[in-house]
Design a protein around this ligand. Sequence first.
Ligand code: IMP
Ligand code: MG
Length: 184
Amino acid sequence: MEYKMENDIREILFTEEEIRQIVQDMGAKISRDYEGKNLLMVSVLKGSVVFMADLMRAVTVPCRIDFMSVSSYGSGVKTSGVVKIIKDLDIPLSGYDVLIVEDILDSGMTLSYLLEILKSRGPRSIRLCTLFDKPDRRKADVTADYTGAVVPDEFVVGYGLDYDEKYRNLPYLGILKPEVYGGK
Ligand code: IMP
Ligand code: MG
């Protein structure tokens, strides 16, 4: 039988259309808040690229974008707590109102680390925007300034989020069947 990614999904949490509406609403709010500011949207690779691409087009005020890559998960499903910079930003942050754009806030280890580094570079302001939040799993003291939707403590994929670098191209957010990653 032909392999279909859909067969590895237990349940769809947010459809393509639901995500579009969430992202539109976030973009509208960010546009109001950053009126007259010097917005720099920083995407944390790779999970947030899909969100970033849609969110930046839902933002109607002028903005710049930059990308950063840090590692926290490797190919597993549990955070290691070890975070290292794989690719740094090109733009010095001084004078910018930085908005970190994340796909999902889980333990918060990645973002708390990133926030510390980026704050030390002297931006005018810095805020966090995450499309999805798994508050049940928080270990670090991080809260997002903009949250799209709360998700349960399950491993989710699609709309940029991966398992072992796969499923990022699914247009919706779904719960991965635990047997796919050898879970319960
Ligand atoms: P944290 O440091 O535990 O908050 O991990 C954040 C990063 O882990 C996210 O940017 C994702 O890349 C990844 N991650 C956390 N939970 C999931 C999930 O359910 N599916 C896919 N990736 C996840
Ligand atoms: Mg990932």
